[in-house]
Design a protein around this ligand. Structure first.
Ligand code: PGA
Length: 252
């Protein structure tokens, strides 16, 4: 399966800084000559999508969004729809990130509605799942992520599953510098893989304090097909190094 390396810039960078960062990432990715088996995406804030899209034009780096609404249009103040994103050249979207679930009341039902919309519009969705520190300590990480995964895919045809990536992001590992032990991550990712028929074809990413020093250990895991990267995606040099690691371990 292809490798996928996706950068989540979160609420960072104004338009000019975003365009500069995207241009340096494009330059490094061009140099790396990633080939057909590595996909790279960056998801800037909505306000920087147009500027970053211009910087990515003609490059293999996909433009991503960090969220979207499930309706195409309507009275939803402050929201952004799939057709609006596609209009700006967006090709992929992160759904159900734990920060959205935790701070903005994003429920499993919302994630499911958004995933249906993403599929209807041909966007590559990256659905994020993960357990809290308490759930981790209680030994129920597997149970939590399986529940989130099944809820996200509820009612979606099995044949569509390979078009969706799942990011396993233990919440306690996000932005904490405390990355999950790779063997433990593999156990959870293999639980996700076997939680529904059809997921054998879906890329599964690890996310949570990925850095050039630890990414190789995840890429070596049988059920890890790439990474969802926060902090390190804001540093063009570090992000390029992560892409290089994905290229060097890509199949074929
Ligand atoms: P981090 O964030 O790499 O900064 O831990 C990952 C994420 O939230 O997607």
């Amino acid at each position: 399966m292809k490798r996928l390396v996706a950068g989540n810039w979160k609420m960072h960078e104004t338009t000019r800084a975003a365009q500069r960062l995207a241009s340096s990432i494009v330059a490094s990715v061009r140099e790396l000559d990633i080939g057909p088996n590595v996909q790279v995406a960056i998801a800037p804030p909505f306000t920087a999508l147009a500027a970053v899209g211009a910087a990515l034009a003609g490059s293999p780096v996909l433009l991503g969004a960090q969220n979207m609404h499930w309706e195409d249009d309507g009275a939803f103040t402050g929201e952004i729809s799939a057709p609006m994103l596609i209009d700006l050249g967006v090709r992929c979207v992160i759904l159900g990130h734990s920060e959205r679930r935790r701070y903005f009341g994003e429920s499993d039902a919302y994630v499911n509605a958004k995933l249906r919309a993403a599929l209807a519009h041909g966007l590559l969705a990256i659905v994020a799942v993960g357990e809290t520190n308490e759930e981790h300590d209680a030994g129920i990480a597997g149970e939590r992520v399986v529940a989130q995964t099944r809820a996200a895919f509820d009612g979606i045809a099995r044949e569509r599953l390979p078009e969706v990536a799942i990011a396993y992001e233990p919440i306690w590992a996000i932005g904490s510098g405390r990355n999950c032990d790779p063997d433990e991550a593999e156990r959870v990712m293999s639980t996700i893989r076997s939680s529904m028929p059809g997921l054998e074809g879906s890329p599964i990413l690890y996310g949570g304090s990925i850095k050039p020093e630890n990414f190789g250990a995840y890429l070596a895991l049988p059920n890890c097909n790439g990474g969802l990267i926060g902090g390190a995606s804001l540093d063009a040099g570090a992000f390029a190094e992560l892409v290089r690691l994905a290229r060097d371990t890509a199949p074929g």
